[in-house]
Structures are given as structure tokens and as C-alpha cells.
Design a protein. Structure first.
Ligand code: C5P
Length: 315
């Protein structure tokens, strides 16, 4: 098995050598900060968000086909097999590249759906990347970024992990180097939050109080050296709107806070909540406590910040 790098600076950095199958483990994201800076004329919201990759990954395998068709299978039957972000990404790639080929995509899901961890978006970014490497890389990193943005607001950021600042509606992404690295305890509430509904709730709650100036938390968070100092800089302006439309997330958040084991934050538009820890031992201890308290969540401990491992090829 050979490998090719999948880092931000080198989306496609190995010479294509003819393999027909490529595999990648797209990782999820957490929003450490999320400022919503108002509604744009196109209806999307202007954002300022510091995002990190989390070591909670799906597995995406792509096989090159001789015919220009896209096939998709997934172990999660709740994902529509005909219309999902992977099939849309592969179709867009074929259209943009003009490559006279198709792809069979197989997805194994581990990232929670509707959890604010970019599960669908990282699959879309991963699909674009795999289609490109299986087609002798006809598209530049810039074009892949543009296609990603066309597929969804937070697709392109997955080309720029392990940590990045996301601005605009998500299309302006700047990789950054975080002072801190450690572990996140992820608490997955049994709820799927609709992102458009969360933004609508934000508009209803905030109408005249939106600040077009970022809070400055992102810059502070980049420099924070410990989990505690970083947690002090974390903030998410979608949290309250999410609580208002999803009582289950509000209930879990309150219970997690009552455990007094650290600062609890919601990622993106929820429903996943996280606590940060400097060491794996401490993170596992917090995870055990959450499990024993029977709050009604599934719990994971994951390293942050991370980026996906290199693409693996099969003949
Ligand atoms: O771009 P994406 O399909 O991920 O966005 C889903 C929905 O989230 C949009 O239709 C919009 O309602 C909302 N959204 C927004 N502003 C953003 C990103 C998403 O209003 N920057």
C-alpha cells in the first residue's frame, strides 16, 4: 500500500501511479470559537470561527470506474444513497474536471450526524480529494477549495486542518498553529439539530444586537497554552439559539455543567458538546464520570487538533 499526503499545503502531493482505489479517514471538527457577525444579502451569516480537527473519523473509500457514474454505499441507512454530500462532491468533481470516469464510494460512519462536527462536510472534502488523486490530480488545491465551498459552507475548511480560522460564510480559511494540543471529551446528545433552524433562531433572538466586530476570542484562543486557558477563550454564539430549539441539548448542557469538571461548549450548531483536557488520563476520567452519571449521551475521548492521515492506495 502506498500513501499520499493530505495536508493543507499539499492536497495532492504525490505523483499518481495508477491505483484504482484510494482510502481516507476524514476527521470531524470542533468550533472552539464561533462569532456570528450578521446576515449577508445572500441569507448566509458572516462568521468568525476557530476550528480544530478532532480524531473522530469516518472511513471513505473511492474506486475509479470506467463509466461516468457515481455509486454510493454506506453502513448508515439513514443517509440517502442517491443524494448526499459524497455523491454531490463526486458529481461536481466529474463536471469540473471533465474526467470521463466515475466513482464507487463506500462510507463507514462514526462521526455523529447533525452534531455540529462537520460529518457531512468532511466526507464531501474527502470525496473531492480522493476523486482528484484517482484522476491524476487535474484540479488544483484552489479549485478543490472552490468546489468545496460550492458544496457547503464548512467543506473547504477540511482542506486546511489541523486548525484554521474560518471567515465569511466559511469560504475564507486561514490555517493557524494552535499553542495548545490535548484531548476533547465529546458528549453526543441524542438529538439532531438543523443548522438553518439554529441560524433562524439566532436571528430571532439577536435581531438588533448583532455585532459586526469579532469578539477577539479566536486570536486569544490560538495563543492559549493550557486547556483551562483555552476553555476560557472558547465561545459559541449559536449556543443559546440551539438550546431554544433543542431542549435535549439544553438539558444535557446543564447536566454536564453541574458535574463541575470544566467548561462545557457546544460545537457549531450542536448537538455535540465538548470539554477540553491537557492529558488523556484526565479526559478519560471525565468521560467515565459522564458515563456513570447516566446523562443519556454517548461519550468519546479524542485527540485535538489533528488532520486526516495520508491517503492510502490499492491497485
Ligand atoms: O452551507 P451549508 O449548506 O452548510 O449551510 C446550511 C444552512 O446553514 C444554510 O442554508 C444557512 O441557513 C445556514 N448557514 C448560514 N450561514 C453560514 C453557514 C450556514 O446562515 N455561514
Amino acid at each position: 500500500m502506498s500513501t499520499a499526503g493530505a495536508s493543507s499545503t499539499s492536497i495532492c502531493n504525490s505523483a499518481f501511479s495508477g491505483p484504482s482505489i484510494a482510502r481516507l479517514s476524514p476527521c470531524a471538527k470542533l468550533n472552539l470559537t464561533l462569532d456570528v457577525l450578521g446576515v449577508r444579502p445572500d441569507g448566509f451569516h458572516e462568521l468568525d470561527s476557530l476550528v480544530v480537527g478532532v480524531d473522530l473519523c469516518d472511513t471513505l473509500t473511492c474506486k475509479r470506474l470506467a463509466d461516468p457514474v457515481v455509486r454510493f454505499t454506506c453502513d448508515d441507512s439513514t443517509i440517502d444513497a442517491k443524494d448526499n454530500l459524497c455523491t454531490r462532491a463526486a458529481e461536481l468533481f466529474i463536471k469540473a474536471s471533465g474526467a470521463p470516469i466515475g466513482f464507487a464510494i463506500k462510507l463507514i460512519k462514526r462521526i455523529p450526524i447533525g452534531g455540529g462536527m462537520g460529518g457531512g462536510s468532511c466526507n464531501a472534502a474527502g470525496t473531492l480529494l480522493l476523486c482528484n488523486v484517482l484522476s491524476k490530480c487535474p484540479l488544483s488545491n484552489e479549485t478543490l477549495h472552490e468546489l468545496g465551498t460550492a458544496l457547503g459552507s464548512d467543506v473547504a475548511l477540511f482542506f486546511h486542518l489541523p486548525s484554521a480560522l474560518m471567515r465569511g460564510r466559511g469560504e475564507f480559511v486561514t490555517p493557524v498553529s494552535l499553542a495548545w494540543s490535548g484531548f476533547a471529551v465529546l458528549a453526543v446528545a441524542k438529538a439532531e439539530v438543523s443548522t438553518p433552524k439554529a441560524y433562524k433562531a439566532f436571528d430571532a433572538m439577536m435581531s438588533n444586537r448583532v455585532s459586526a466586530t469579532p469578539s477577539g476570542l479566536s486570536e486569544k484562543a490560538i495563543l492559549a497554552p493550557t486547556a483551562r486557558e483555552l476553555a476560557d477563550c472558547c465561545g459559541n454564539q449559536l449556543e443559546k439559539p440551539v438550546f431554544s430549539i433543542c431542549p435535549e441539548v439544553a438539558r444535557v448542557y446543564k447536566q454536564l455543567k453541574n458535574l463541575n469538571v470544566g467548561s462545557v461548549r457546544v460545537s457549531g450548531a450542536g448537538s455535540v458538546m465538548y470539554l477540553l483536557s491537557d492529558t488523556e488520563d484526565e479526559a478519560r476520567c471525565i468521560a467515565r464520570l459522564i458515563q456513570e452519571t447516566r446523562i443519556g449521551v454517548s461519550v468519546h475521548v479524542a485527540r485535538v487538533p489533528v488532520c486526516p492521515k495520508p491517503v492510502e492506495f490499492e491497485e
